[in-house]
Design a protein around this ligand. Structure first.
Ligand code: 57M
Length: 358
């Protein structure tokens, strides 16, 4: 909104020209979203405590009973802050901004149904696993359909390190996009099992895509770096800025010992947003690298379940997802969290380095 209200004033005074720049608006999107979450989270936490909407802890697995009753659904504040920040700092004529906000909100609603069922202990609420996956898949497919129909988008796949290899997936891009967005959403969901464990790597990956969407939307830089040029994608830097700011604001309260959990409303929406960013920037395969922590957590579950079934009850890990394995090995929770952040940071840097490896 500020872009539309203030940029036209540059004809009256040159200062207002600054609102044209994506970099300027992205920086202030980070700050705005961070401050919104920082100031709105404490009243939200108090409200959730008063309503006794706290986390129910499962009996099995590493001892988390001391966390019982911790308020959850902090993702509602994250989503609210991101939406307000994008509406404030974004160019609202940009299709991709609206598509990404749509993915964030709809996946958040799917997660909210699950969270609400858990906190109100109403068994009949929420969606079954299959219904959840189906709805998530439909939203992802609609996202791609609208990007192809109304955006500057095509179905050629970009492969990191291979600047001239751009196979056109055609209609196969739909199941591929569903896999990226739904996979990313659920991988972040699985990772969100220790204080700050999901939001730390999430902020790293959002920063990586802040750079990649900016470059993808910049004709000269995209050509120079042999990246697919996606006109209009640069505006998603503002969306990434809002995600980073809201994520850091949330981390202020989710840091060990957590005062609030993000809930499925947060993990599913944030994970899906990373998938959407990867699709629009045409850097889907890069997400496997940049989001390696999320991939490792999801793959650990798949391997554990497959091995368990194949061997009639034996396990590869002491417990899956991966963070539970280290808990069972006796690593203190903060040590697991910070070490996962360190790995996520290194993977983010390697992902950025691929810009020069093509
Ligand atoms: C998402 N949710 C956390 C919180 C957060 C197939 C199977 C691998 C699925 C998996 C599962 O149920 N995952 C659900 C993980 C939960 O966190 C809540 O959920 C939201 C995110 N979706 O925002 O609201 C618990 O995580 C802890 N937590 C923190 N700090 C945080 O900032 O401490 C979360 C956020 C919270 C809190 O204790 O209650 C979760 O872990 O459920 N299942 C599992 O991960 C289970 N693994 C398992 O069964 N492994 C088996 C097989 C199936 C692979 C095996 O290894 O043999 C473990 N999960 C739990 N306990 N909770 C096992 C024991």
């Amino acid at each position: 909104m500020l872009y539309h209200l203030l940029y036209p004033l540059h004809e009256w005074h040159v200062f207002f020209n600054v609102f044209r720049y994506i970099t300027f608006r992205t920086i202030y999107a980070v700050i705005t979203a961070g401050l919104l979450v920082y100031f709105l989270m404490p009243p939200f936490i108090n409200y959730m405590k008063k309503r006794q909407f706290g986390q129910v802890i499962r009996e099995i697995g590493p001892d988390h009973q001391h966390k019982a009753g911790t308020p959850t659904m902090g993702g509602l504040v994250i989503i609210g802050a991101v939406v307000v920040t994008v509406l404030l700092w974004g160019n609202l004529k940009n299709l991709y901004l609206w598509l990404c906000l749509g993915v964030l909100v709809v996946f958040g609603f799917i997660g909210f149904l699950d969270d609400w069922r858990k906190v109100t202990r109403k068994k009949n609420l929420g969606l079954t696993g299959k219904q959840k996956l189906l709805l998530q898949g439909l939203v992802a497919a609609l996202f791609l359909y609208l990007a192809l129909k109304y955006g500057t988008f095509d179905t050629r796949l970009a492969v990191p390190f291979f600047k001239n290899f751009r196979p056109d997936l055609g209609l196969l891009y739909f199941p591929f996009t569903v896999l990226v967005i739904v996979g990313s959403s659920n991988a972040v969901n699985l990772t969100d099992g220790l204080d700050g464990l999901a939001i730390g790597p999430f902020v790293v990956v959002a920063l990586v895509y802040m750079l990649f969407v900016y470059l993808a939307g910049h004709a000269k830089l995209a050509a120079y770096l042999h990246l697919p040029y996606v006109p209009g994608a640069g505006e998603l830097s503002v969306f990434c800025g809002a995600l980073v700011g809201a994520g850091l604001g949330f981390l202020w309260y989710n840091a060990y010992p957590a005062e609030i959990f993000m809930g499925d409303v947060g993990s599913l929406s944030l994970g899906a947003s990373l998938g959407a960013l990867a699709v629009i920037s045409k850097q889907e395969l890069l997400l496997v690298l940049a989001g390696g922590v999320f991939v490792a957590e999801a793959v650990s579950v798949m391997l554990q379940v497959a091995f368990f079934k194949l061997t009639g009850g034996r396990r590869i890990f002491l417990m899956a997802p991966l963070h539970h394995h280290f808990e069972k090995k006796g690593w203190p929770e903060p040590k697991i969290i910070v070490r996962f952040w360190i790995i996520a940071s290194f993977l983010g840097l390697i992902a950025v380095s691929t810009l020069k490896l093509r």
